[in-house]
Design a protein around this ligand. Structure first.
Ligand SMILES: C[S@@+](CC[C@H](N)C(=O)[O-])C[C@H]1O[C@@H](n2cnc3c(N)ncnc32)[C@H](O)[C@@H]1O
Length: 232
């Protein structure tokens, strides 16, 4: 069962809804997100994982993942969906997407059975429930299509009490609506959507992380991100 973040919160930052938070964070988002969080896990999958004619990037944000895919994969076209138009404007500027749509990852409105690969990176902690995103990813995929989901590790959120957050230009720290989904919540939602697990990975705070963020020495060894690779 998903857990209420407030029982772990050690920061007490004011909490914004995702749409509002990302409209503000967009100005500094790409300077604050560490590639160790997500791209490192994508890099560890076999290169053949990325051969796909059509890809949907769910919660594409400013297009970091679209750029990574375009540089690493033998792809046809990438479409993107995101709730926050300000983030999508960043994605459009990357010029790697065929089509960008403002929408919810749980109900994109895009045609079903249209994609070989669906990918969702660093969004699940903003979702109240995981069922809609898994159901929607399964609906969007063609038979045998893959859904790769990468997220902020629940064990990290719970043990540090740290929500997803950013610093305003004034220096004030502000959180974005954060929910804690156990790894079993992912498995339950995925199996319920008819998906099968083909691979899983976790990233921990290690030397590469600490080189980027020395004050995270105190978190050394904790899992900070996860990846599930599902097949329809
Ligand atoms: C941390 S960013 C991740 C962006 C991108 N995937 C990346 O890895 O850089 C989270 C994104 O999720 C989007 N988002 C949050 N909730 C959403 C929802 N329910 N539907 C669609 N997008 C959502 C936000 O607007 C934001 O762009």
């Amino acid at each position: 069962m998903s857990q209420d973040f407030s029982q772990y919160d050690t920061r007490g930052y004011p909490m914004l809804p995702a749409r509002e938070g990302y409209a503000e964070w967009v100005a500094s988002y790409e300077q604050s997100v560490k590639d160790e969080m997500d791209l490192r896990l994508l890099d560890r999958l076999p290169p053949s994982s990325w051969n796909a004619a059509e890809v949907i990037d769910l919660a594409c944000g400013t297009g970091r993942i679209g750029v990574w895919l375009a540089n690493h994969a033998d792809l046809g076209a990438i479409d993107g969906v995101d709730l926050t138009p300000e983030m999508l404007a960043g994605a459009a500027a990357k010029k790697v997407y065929r089509r960008l749509t403002v929408g919810d990852v749980g109900a994109t409105g895009l045609p079903g059975a249209a994609y070989d690969l669906a990918i969702a990176v660093l969004v699940d902690e903003h979702l109240h429930s995981l069922k809609p995103i898994y159901r929607e990813a399964a609906r969007l995929l063609r038979p045998s299509g893959r859904f790769v989901i990468v997220g902020f590790h629940p064990q990290f959120i719970m043990s540090t009490g740290m929500p997803t957050h950013f610093h305003r230009a004034t220096g004030e720290a502000v959180a974005i609506e954060t929910h804690v989904h156990l790894l079993s919540d992912h498995v339950r939602a995925a199996l319920g959507a008819g998906l099968t697990l083909t691979a899983m990975d976790e990233g921990v705070i290690d030397d590469a992380w600490i080189a980027q963020k020395p004050k995270w020495e105190r978190f050394r060894g904790r899992p900070v991100s996860f990846l599930f690779d599902w097949r329809k």
